[in-house]
Design a protein around this ligand. Structure first.
Ligand code: GRG
Length: 295
């Protein structure tokens, strides 16, 4: 097994028992809670928690201090997938290798399951923010990146661009928000929580930007080169929906070249962090995985 996959498995083993208890136990028979757990515990790469734990490790801090933030982020990510799969959005029936939430539970319950995940994530973040000012700032930053200045803002541009030709700059803005914002939250939360200096935080934020773009470019490439059984989700969707992607705008080879550039820029930032005395070797393989992944 590659180093990257074993690190993602380690993060999954840490976070999944926590995710399986995010709703009060007395609500476990509620249909919305069942639907939320169905999607939340359906697997997934857990790449956001993996990066959050890796940055925490780089800072030499205890992983348990970020558990609640990693859970909240994965809950927000899962809610976005549930809502994105709905007929009114991407209209998808396969996610994480399983029928999507609305196929399994119906549209009404899927909407509620997404809402419940988002609201519960905010409850957990609010509760965590009572512990310190830094925790409050970290929670606020996650909420901001999930909202109209981040992921929702990106989705809004995406929805309103469908079927239209957009500029490459608009594509960057859209993807920096839609995919990049939650990855930024994964990288930057430990910096805020542990009160890192401005230089370190700024380098980590830049690293997150390159990783976010790499992740989206590889997602666009996989949409045309991979299979549904490998990805666990529908492929060929971008063409079906007439979407502008890095592949439609740069061509497959152009997208691959841009991906290589973004990965190289990420490695350069890791080198700068290493020169500042941080241990970064454990982060490199997961960034390499983004370039080579087939799922
Ligand atoms: C509808 C509220 C709302 C938001 C939609 C993030 C998003 C915005 C939609 C999800 C669909 C999508 C293609 C997003 C781009 C980011 C991306 C590649 C998500 C998939 O994340 P992975 O690969 O999924 O980490 P797993 O299943 O591994 O967790």
């Amino acid at each position: 097994m590659s180093d990257a996959v074993s690190m993602m498995n380690e993060a999954a083993e840490r976070i999944e028992p926590l995710l399986s208890k995010v709703f009060p136990e007395d609500l476990s028979s509620d249909i919305t809670v069942k639907a939320a757990y169905y999607s939340l515990l359906a697997g997934g790469k857990r790449i956001r928690p993996t990066f959050m734990y890796q940055v925490t490790k780089m800072l030499g801090k205890d992983l348990s201090s970020v558990d609640v933030f990693a859970c909240a982020l994965e809950m927000i990510h899962t809610y976005s997938l549930i809502h994105d799969d709905l007929p009114a959005m991407d209209n998808d029936d396969l996610r994480r290798g399983n029928p999507t939430c609305h196929i399994k539970f119906g549209e009404d319950i899927a909407i509620l399951a997404g809402d419940a995940l988002l609201n519960r994530a905010f409850e957990l973040l609010f509760k965590a923010s009572f512990s310190s000012e830094n925790a409050l700032s970290a929670a606020y930053n996650i909420c901001t990146l999930a909202g109209i200045n981040g992921m929702i803002g990106g989705q809004s541009i995406d929805v309103s661009s469908e079927g239209k030709s957009i500029s490459i700059d608009t594509l960057y803005t859209l993807q920096e928000k839609k995919t990049g914002a939650l990855l930024e939250a994964a990288f930057v939360t430990p910096c805020i929580l542990f009160g890192c200096d401005e230089k370190t935080t700024s380098l980590i934020r830049k690293l997150a930007g390159h990783v976010g773009l790499s992740f989206q470019i590889s997602d666009d490439i996989l949409d045309v080169t991979s299979s549904e059984s490998d990805l666990g989700k529908t492929t060929g969707k971008d063409e079906r929906d007439n979407k502008s992607t890095f592949v439609t705008m740069l061509g497959l080879e152009g997208a691959r070249a841009k991906l290589d550039d973004e990965i190289s820029s990420s490695y350069s930032i890791l080198d700068s962090l290493k020169d500042m005395g941080y241990e970064t070797d454990h982060i490199r393989p997961v960034i390499g995985f983004i370039a080579e992944r087939n799922f």
